[in-house]
Ligand binder design. Sequence first.
Ligand SMILES: Nc1ncnc2c1ncn2[C@@H]1O[C@H](COP(=O)(O)OP(=O)(O)OP(=O)(O)O)[C@@H](O)[C@H]1O
Length: 464
Amino acid sequence: MLKNQRVNIYCKDIVEIMQEGLLVVAEDGTIQMVNHALENITGYSKEELLGQPCSIFKCDACKLLRQASSGAWCRLFERKEQVKRKCHLMRKDGSYITVLKTAAVLSDDQGQTMGAVEIVTDISEMDRLDRQLRQLTRTLDEESSFQGIVGHSRQMKNLFELVEKAAQSDFPVFICGESGTGKELVAQAIHNLSPRAEQPYIQVNCAALNESLLESELFGHVKGAFTGALQHRKGRFEAAHKGDIFLDEIGDLPMAMQVKLLRVLETKTFERVGDNRTISVDLRFITATNKNLPDLIARGGFREDLFYRINVIPIHLPPLRERKEDVPHLVDFFIKRLSRKNKKNIQGLSPEAMRIFMQYSWPGNVRELKSALEYSYVLAEGDRIRSENLPEYLKDGGNDFQAVDLPPAPAENLQQRQKQELIEALKQSSGNKSQAARLLGINRVTVLNRMRKYGIDLQRDVVY
Ligand SMILES: Nc1ncnc2c1ncn2[C@@H]1O[C@H](COP(=O)(O)OP(=O)(O)OP(=O)(O)O)[C@@H](O)[C@H]1O
């Protein structure tokens, strides 16, 4: 056994033999010690590094952490936890190298911070192979699909043609279809195939944020626009300039936001929250929903004028139960994908399992099929997924499922609501029918028709 003292002597040699780069910094980030491997990784000599600030490596992860830090110049000293992350360092010749960096704070016996140590592993070759693998996977996927979308049925082939044409135009595209039919994939394909492919593609889920957060997310805000707006912030519309903005779940957009979005669609201009300077953007709008928008309009939940604006090129994704001939192709596609990531040698479904897959109604569409396959893949042994490996619910064939949508409202309620909304709008616009029409997102003729239909009398019913 080596005595403690001897170990300390050998430590210096050990550090120099290590394949990983070693860097010790003082609390202010000044480099105190580096080993030979770090010289190799960064291209700097020891003499060039000692006494320099560690920011010499322009590490992207450190930059990000610094932005997130609430004061300390380095987040590591703030948190005092060991950090392990993939990052990029700038070498002496200006090139960037991908490394895995493990950093920890060094403290003395009293717990006083003395500095920090970083172990730097060169993973550039692994990173290159990883990218190559992902590229090959994409190519393989694309061979049996259209932009990663599997579909051999007539409906899907027609859809691919439409997607190609829509991609070439600048008109707004509206994608509808049940949940899990691949609307997100279609939106991405439109961008990828379009002249805007090299420009930004920005996706926003309109259902994920409340109204005020969504407003600042889309439009951006200036410092001080509201409590907590500590910095100027660009919104998603600006970020998507020259490219595409994909507004998913557009049916969930709050009414007040619908008016604002309409203006952006019409004028391609907007203002950041809290600012009066108008910003112009060049955008193509792609929207999607699994809701029935005409129905939602009739219930007063979506503006008719906005619907006409977004629905210039409608693309409808058929549910999987209406194109069962795609099921075996989807199965094949996902099993190949699973097998590339796992060690199993599963080639496909047994005839009985395939029969069950073909009979089931797939209410959750492709998303559900994909999950059912992942589940069965885990359970399967040998080279086939057998019926006993399938989730139990598949074996009942599934009930006859209708599109996920709002429950039909009784006609009476709907009419009552429409009448009340119209009275409210007329009140707000002091009886001016054109203004009331604008408030409701319908045209003046519809206002007149509805007034007649519901027997609304301005003097009797609309006191303003
Ligand atoms: N035709 C397809 N080929 C390959 N994968 C598909 C296909 N359709 C859907 N998928 C896959 O199914 C999953 C769901 O697709 P996606 O998120 O695009 O559906 P969606 O219609 O946007 O659903 P939602 O309305 O719930 O947001 C994803 O993993 C997607 O990759």
